[in-house]
Design a protein around this ligand. Structure first.
Ligand code: NAP
Ligand code: ZN
Ligand code: ZN
Length: 353
């Protein structure tokens, strides 16, 4: 029924990640097995591993920016063959019957998505385990084709950071003639800048880090605002058609909303631990919208990967070995990564049990 494989995870919110064995189901007819080559390190992995969303089931094996190669396919698989490159993002299944699933918006499945990690595992019981592991077994309908022309390690972050920024940029019609702000230049934010630029928008970066000004311009920003400087924030009040907030920690949302134009919107993708207090007049004065957005559907994730293939877009990464993960988390908290850690999964394979 299942096979034991190597993984890296944590057994408590205050425990470091370490090597631990997990079970992977044997292939059902619609499954593919993927040997994981690279896995990105999303800030959500850290939130989840440390129990910051108060729903973590331990042991927890994070990782939802997975790229690898197909090593086996079930009898009824039609979309992939052994040897193909493949990607897996934040979800590995959904009900497929609700309105959202039928519209290709599986991320909003009304019966709850099956997350790549920390979701009930309907095959083996317990919870699903993510990509900090040797292999993953996934229904082919939740697996993506990866463009062959891009650097594979730098593609991994597209599976979460890429789609999480691409989807709202498309939904709020970002493109030529639009001024879009991207706040928080981490894994998500730096992808947001690249994608918004490739969509033809005028891109304004809002960052707490003066050290990122030059980088922001290289990534595609037309203007940069240092959010800690009230004068700069004041100067840009009411100028943005749309603001994508990719910030992982608490911040004064009202000052960010003040950057948005009348009838504009601020969408949160960042998911800090605590509620976000909004002053009513921040929205009332200017008929502004405050919204949120979660990853993207499977079809849209494929569209994003193909868009990145065409525009030669990947993530800026720092490649690490798996036994560096705890230090990587500490650096992530300090904003000390340019701009995504990606784990070379060969380093897990080479570890002795
Ligand atoms: P990250 O790489 O750690 O980047 C977060 C950035 O936020 C930092 O680089 C920093 O940018 C900014 N920041 C940090 N603390 C701040 C503070 N106190 N005030 C203002 N800005 C601050 O994180 P990530 O992986 O991009 O993820 C960002 C957030 O999105 C996380 O909360 C994650 O869980 C969430 N997420 C949501 C979805 C979804 O579907 N909605 C998907 C994936 C991730 P600067 O240095 O530029 O200020
Ligand atoms: Zn993520
Ligand atoms: Zn559904």
């Amino acid at each position: 029924m299942s096979t034991t494989i190597k993984a890296f995870g944590t057994e408590a919110s205050d425990a470091p990640l370490k090597q631990l064995p997990i079970e992977r189901r044997n292939l059902t007819p619609h499954d593919v097995q993927i040997e994981i080559l690279y896995c990105g390190v999303c800030h959500s992995d850290l939130h989840q591993a440390r129990g910051e969303w108060h729903n973590t089931v331990y042991p927890c094996v994070p990782g939802h920016e997975i790229v690898g190669r197909i090593t086996a396919v079930g009898d009824h698989v039609t979309k992939f063959k052994v040897g193909d490159l493949a990607g897996v993002g934040c979800m590995v299944d959904s009900c497929r019957e609700c309105e959202s699933c039928k519209e290709g918006l599986e991320q909003y499945c009304e019966n709850g998505i099956e997350g790549t990690y920390n979701s009930p595992d309907k095959y083996l019981g317990g919870v699903t385990y993510g990509g900090y592991s040797e292999k993953v077994v996934v229904d082919e309908n939740y697996v993506l084709h990866v463009p062959e022309n891009l650097d594979l390690a730098a593609v991994a972050p597209l599976l979460c950071a890429g789609i999480t920024t691409y989807s709202p940029l498309r939904h709020w019609n970002v493109g030529p003639g639009k001024k879009v702000g991207i706040a928080g230049i981490g894994g998500l934010g730096h992808m947001g800048v690249k994608l918004a630029k490739a969509m033809g928008a005028h891109v304004v970066v809002i960052t707490t880090s003066p050290s990122k000004i030059e980088d922001a311009k290289r990534l595609g920003a037309d203007e940069v605002i240092i959010s800690k400087d009230p004068e700069q924030m004041q100067k840009h009040r009411g100028t943005l058609d749309f603001l994508l907030d990719c910030i992982s920690a608490e911040h004064d949302i009202n000052t960010y909303i003040s950057l948005v134009k009348r009838d504009g919107a601020l969408a949160l993708v960042g998911a800090p631990e605590n509620p976000v207090p909004i002053a009513a007049f921040s929205l009332i004065m200017g008929r502004k919208s405050f919204a949120g957005s979660a990853i993207g559907g499977i079809a849209e994730t494929q569209e994003m990967l193909d868009f990145c293939g065409q525009h030669n877009i990947t993530s800026d990464i720092e490649l690490i070995n798996i036994d560096y993960i705890n230090e990587a988390y500490e650096r992530l908290l300090k904003g000390d990564v340019k701009y995504r850690f990606v784990i070379d999964m060969a380093s897990l394979k080479n570890l002795i049990i």
